[in-house]
Design a protein around this ligand. Structure first.
Ligand code: UDP
Length: 413
């Protein structure tokens, strides 16, 4: 048991997913949210938490204090600018040296490390070997699954697959965020190694803090219009094109006014900006411009309002390791129409909290959206069931308490 004076120090390592940045940009998504929420919740449970990431902007502060016992430390490894994650591996050895230097300077004596994504797994495996630190690992995304739907795997693919396998076989325990991920690990990566299933969580007080009616009034949406909502990164893997084409096929368009909101950050000229342009072009070609809006990045404060105001949240990903957006929508009482892939098969219960359909299947998405929107009573029931499921299974407090128990098994008290 950790007491105020005797807090065990733990390091959460997230080389490319900075837990202290604004979420919603090209490279800032679920992993950043996960690390920050887990870190903060574990500090509440009595741990001394240091979260390590790479300094990716010369103007950023090297240290961010989130609360008394939880901080982000940004280590200098490679250029102090944004670099895509495929190019980060070559700076990982520097990251490792900086980590060791920092912990010596600060007199830190970590009882455990929890690594996130394969880049951090490499750092973790080295720390485990050199300093005999117990290691817990969360994949966030699995190369073995991802490369199945990618035409040209990047140059780093072989190395990534090797490190992901080594992590599974070597770490004290892997945290799989869904039973589906565990199955993938066993069938595609290795039959060796420990795996525990602990889902990602969501802030059930933040999401669900405003009603459907209040949210719509705030955003100025009329009661008659049907609001279809996507939020997330602009990345072809997210399947936004499928959503747009589904809306074009949808029957509901002839019955009610539609407002299609496609939210998420995009920067002109960058990969998210290019995907946004491509999507805008399709919207134009299909004549959906009048009903479609691109509000850009949604701030943390506004996220619950948009989710609550939507009649349905659509998650058309081709591949989704876990997916925070669907659980945020459901915690807000909004049903999800999503692809039956990865984490969605675990979080969304089809016909109970939303509907799952095959990925990339425009017609199936159109039918599912029509079904939910044409029966408001059923839509409300799905939303209620969704909220209940999130309260029972997916709160950060519940997730952190499971991680706390897991860590305690590997830390010498
Ligand atoms: N997000 C946000 N603002 C935006 C777009 C996304 O805060 O404009 C957040 C979203 O609420 C979620 C995260 O970014 O918490 C995305 O996580 P998810 O697991 O759904 O997808 P990923 O980006 O990890 O693929």
């Amino acid at each position: 048991m950790n007491t105020e004076n005797n807090r065990k120090q733990i390091a959460l390592i997230s080389v490319h997913g900075d837990p202290a940045v604004d979420i919603g940009g090209e490279e800032a998504g679920g992993q950043n949210v996960y690390v920050r929420q887990v870190g903060e919740a574990l500090a509440q449970l009595g741990w001394e938490v240091d979260m390590f990431t790479r300094l990716a902007d010369a103007d950023q502060s090297p240290l961010v204090q989130h609360q008394a016992h939880c901080r982000t430390i940004r280590l200098s490894a490679g250029p102090k600018t944004f670099i895509p994650r495929q190019e980060i591996f070559e700076h990982c050895d520097r990251f490792l040296e900086e980590f060791i230097k920092f912990s010596r300077q600060e007199g830190r004596n970590y009882a455990l490390i929890h690594t996130n994504y394969w880049l951090s797994a490499w750092v973790g495996l080295e720390l485990r070997r050199r300093l005999s630190l117990p290691m817990i690992h969360t994949y966030h995304s699995l190369g073995a699954v991802k490369y199945q739907s990618v035409q040209e795997p990047p140059e780093t693919a072989t190395r990534r697959l090797e490190i992901e396998k080594a992590a599974l076989e070597t770490a004290e325990c892997i945290v799989a965020t869904s039973p589906q991920e565990k199955d993938y690990l066993r069938s595609l990566v290795s039959s060796r190694g420990n795996i525990e299933i602990i889902p990602c969580g969501t802030d059930i007080n933040h999401f669900g803090s405003i009603t459907y009616e209040q949210a719509r009034e705030k955003l100025g949406f009329s009661p008659e219009e049907k609001v279809i909502y996507y939020v997330g990164r602009f990345d072809p893997r997210k399947g936004i094109e499928t959503l747009v084409r589904a809306i074009h096929q949808s029957q509901i368009r002839s019955q009610s006014p539609i407002r299609l909101i496609i939210a998420g950050a995009y920067r002109p000229g960058q990969s998210d900006g290019k995907e946004k342009e491509r999507i805008s072009q399709i919207v134009k070609e299909l004549g959906l411009e009048e009903m479609t809006e691109f509000p850009g990045r949604i701030s943390d404060e506004n996220l619950p309002i948009y989710f609550a105001a939507a009649d349905v949240c659509v998650v058309p990903s081709h591949y989704e390791p876990f997916g925070l957006v669907p659980i945020e929508a459901m915690a807000s009482g909004t049903p999800v129409v999503g692809s039956a892939v990865g984490g969605l098969n675990f979080t969304v219960v089809s016909e109970e909290t939303g509907l799952l359909v095959p990925p990339k299947d425009e017609e199936a998405f159109a039918n599912a959206i029509d079904r939910v929107l044409s029966d408001p009573q059923w839509r409300n029931q799905l939303g209620k069931n969704a909220r209940k499921r999130m309260e029972e299974e997916f709160s950060w407090e519940g997730v952190a308490s499971q991680l706390n128990d897991l860590y305690s098994r590997f830390v010498t008290l």
